[in-house]
Design a protein around this ligand. Structure first.
Ligand code: GDP
Ligand code: CA
Length: 312
């Protein structure tokens, strides 16, 4: 059994490759839920949905969120009532959020609903939220006049386009969050634990902060292999640089290696970063070089193969 730690789009791209090179039923994915938020009374789990839709082959190809061929008639209707619609939810995507909200109101857990949604989309790998408890990423920003303000992750990232300078990141509720059923057991039993090329601060960070997770990984460090989401000193997509930099992490595969060194024995870095392999090794992490820019599912599959071979 393989276990992967996953955020949203970077993880989803990698997982789409992984299920081409190993039996999908052997894969368990532990997904970040600290981006979850309520919009229009609906409970939205962006990373779970991105992973589900991508593994189902139904994702929007460019956006990195939502479904292919989506329409936004409902958002337009909400505009009429003066509702905030900066967080775009497509009409078909809304079906998922309505279903999830209804099931949670009936008393189902986030795990149970995630499994039901995955099954309905024909997704074979087991998708586990990191926790069934409410955890929420909060970004403290410093405004131009020096004032500090705490924003919800989506307010900072989507509404304010990741522009406000980051002073701190916190995961509200993390101290009392319990790992979702099966999470620690899967990490214990895994032949290999893969850290997907996801945002180290707000996608992988919350999963590591769930009580118990970091401890298991530390013990199993030799079986943990990551893929750097940073290529040539920049994220492929998204705001990782605007989080890593201000929080004191170098925005490079070396910065990722230093952040993961404690619990990750091997890191796959991009061919373009080969000259930095020695610094990764100096951080105590075995460096493996491969093409990590996942332009299509074939490249992603080759990357997954290299990643598994790195710890074979
Ligand atoms: P989000 O929640 O949708 O932002 O998802 P993730 O945290 O999983 O993904 C964002 C991260 O994925 C960013 O740091 C990107 O640099 C990384 N990423 C996206 N596409 C690729 C790719 O093709 N290769 C690599 N190595 N990283 C990628
Ligand atoms: Ca996310």
């Amino acid at each position: 059994m393989l276990v992967a730690l996953a955020g949203g789009v970077g993880a989803a791209r990698f997982l789409r490759g992984l299920v081409r090179v190993v039996p999908p039923e052997d894969v368990t994915v532990i997904v970040n839920t600290a981006d979850d938020e309520v919009f229009h009374g609906l409970y939205v789990c962006p990373d779970l949905d991105t992973v589900t839709y991508t593994l189902a082959g139904a994702e929007h190809p460019e956006q990195g969120w939502g479904l292919a061929g989506e329409t936004f008639v409902t958002m337009d209707a909400l505009d009429r009532y003066g509702q905030d619609t900066w967080f775009r939810l497509g009409d078909r995507d809304l079906g998922t959020h309505i279903y999830r909200t209804e099931r949670l109101a009936e008393g189902a857990t986030v795990s149970e609903v995630a499994a039901e949604i995955a099954r309905a989309w024909g997704v074979v790998p087991r998708l586990l939220p990191m926790t069934d408890d409410r955890v929420a990423t909060r970004v403290t920003v410093s405004r131009d006049d020096g004032r500090r303000e705490v924003l919800k992750m989506q307010e900072w990232f989507v509404r304010e386009r990741a522009n406000p300078v980051v002073a701190a990141v916190d995961f509200d509720g993390i101290e009392t969050a319990r790992p979702a059923p099966g999470v620690l057991a899967a990490l214990e039993a895994a032949e290999t634990v893969l850290i997907c090329p996801s945002n180290p601060v707000i996608s992988i960070g919350p999963i590591l902060a769930v009580p118990g997770v970091r401890e298991v990984l530390r013990r199993r460090r030799d079986r943990v292999v990551g893929v750097s989401p940073i290529i040539a000193g920049a994220p492929v997509k998204g705001p990782a640089d605007r989080l890593m930099g201000p929080l004191g992490m170098e925005v490079s595969c070396v910065g990722v290696a230093r952040a993961y060194a404690e619990f990750c024995g091997t890191l796959v870095i991009d061919s373009g970063d080969e000259q930095r392999a020695r610094e990764v090794e100096a951080a105590g992490v075995h460096a493996v070089v491969a093409d990590t820019l996942m332009t299509d599912a074939r490249v992603a599959a080759a990357l997954a193969r290299h990643t598994l071979d790195a710890v074979a």
